[in-house]
Design a protein around this ligand. Sequence first.
Ligand code: 4AD
Ligand code: MG
Length: 459
Amino acid sequence: MTQASRPRVRIKELLLAASPQAEVFIQGWVRTRRDSRDLSFLELNDGSCLANLQVVVPQAAGLEMVKDLTTGAAVAVFGDLVPSQGQGQKWELLAQRLTLVGPSGPDYPLQKKRHTDEYLREMAHLRPRTNKFGAIARLRGECSFAIHQFFHDRGFVYVHTPIITGSDCEGAGEMFQVTTLKDPASDPTYKTDFFGQYAALTVSGQLEAELLALALGRVYTFGPAFRAENSNTTRHAAEFWMIEPEVAFADLRDDMDLAEALIKSVVGFALRDCAEDLALFDKFVEPGLLARLRVLVESEYPRLPYAEAIRILAASGRKFEFPPVFGADLATEHERFLCEERFQGPVIVYDYPKTIKPFYMRLNDDGQTVAAMDLLVPKVGELVGGSQREERLDVLLERMKELGLSEDPYWWYLDSRRWGSTPHAGFGLGFERFLMTLTGIANIRDAIPFPRTPKSLAF
Ligand code: 4AD
Ligand code: MG
C-alpha cells in the first residue's frame, strides 16, 4: 500500500485509542517544534479537536527535513502510535516518514504567543488555526447539528425561506436593498429593476415560516438574516444566523416552553459532547462559565410580565441611563440588571406594550399589550425574541391600519388568516448570541468566522 492510499485518521480518534497502533497516517499543521540532541518534537493539530498530537521524530536518514517544519507548516506524517514517554499526553506518534505539504516561514503571523481578539479580527483568514477560534468554529458546527437534532426529534420540518424578499417583517426599516439598476434613483417605482418591485435581503424568515406552519404544523428555519442597523455594538452584526421555529395550534406559553427547552437541550449537549472545547473558555475567557451553563440547563426560567419588569427596575433604586417607564423598550442595561442582579440567571419577559412591537404580534385582551416574549440571559441580554401571532383577520387589519401599513404587499400573509387560520406562535434565536452565551465571548465579531459590521467587509 502506498503512503497516500493509507487510511488517514484524525487526531481526535487517535487520542481516544485504546491500544497502540502501527502504521498510522495523519495530516495537519505544525503548532510548534522543539529539537533535542537526537530527537525533534512536533506539536501537530489537524482541527479535529483542541488537543495536539505530539510527533516524535528521531534524527534518522530521510527525516532531516524536520528542520523545515516551522510553525504553521502543513505536514503529513506516517508512523506508529505509541504510549507517550512525556508528561501530559497518553499517546504520541513515532514518525517513520514525513512529508512537507505546505511550507510556512518566520513571517507566519500566528507564532506561539497569545494574541488579542482585536489583532485576530484583522487575521480572520488565519484565526481558525488558533485554539480559541478553532474551538468556536467546532462549537458552531456541533451546536448547529444539535439544533437540527432537537427539532427533528420533535417532528419539526426544516424549511427554507427566501433570502431575497419584498417585505420588512420587523417593520424597522433596516433592510439592505437588492438591485441590479446602475442608478437605483432613476426608477423610484422599481418597475425596470430585476424583480419589477422593491427587493431587499430578509431580516427574518418568520412571515413565510408562518405560512408553512399553517400547512405542516411545526416548522423551523435556520438561516442567515441581514440588518442594516447602524449600531456598532458588541451584540449586533449586519449578517447573522437565526433559528426560527413556528408552531400551529400553539400559544405564548407553548412558545416560552419551546424556547426554554431548546436552550437547555443545546447547552446540555455542548456540556456533554463538547467538553474539551468548552473547558478552554472556562479557563481563559470566563472563569466559572461551566457553572453558569449548568444553571442554564438546570434552572426553571422565571417568567414575568413586562409591566412587572418595569416595576422591579423602577423600584431597584438603580440609576439607569434610560429611565424604566411603561411604554419604553427595555434597554440592554435593564435586561442585564434583571438577569445579572435581580434573578442571576435567564429570565423571560412577556406581554410587551403593542407600541414597541411589530404588527404581527397577537393583541391581548387589555388592548394595550401583545403576546410577545423575550428570553434574556446574563451578559448578552436578549437571546430570543418571539410571540404568539395575530391569527384574527379583523384584528390584524386594524393593527396594520394603526401602523400605517398598506395591505397590498401583505395580501398573501392576510390570506393565511382567511382560510383555516389557527392560533400559532414562534420565535427567533440569534445563533451568534447563543454562542456568546455558551462561550462567554464578549463580542459578536468573534462568534462568526467572517463578521459583517458597519464599515467592515474584509474577507
Ligand atoms: O427579536 P427579533 O428582531 O425577532 C424577529 O426577527 C422575529 N421575526 C423572530 C420570530 O418571532 N420568528 O430577532 C430575534 C433574535 C434576537 O433575539 C437576537 O438574538 C437576534 O435575533 N438578533 C441579532 N443577532 C445579531 N445581530 C443582530 N443585528 C440581531 N438582531 C436580532
Ligand atoms: Mg427582539
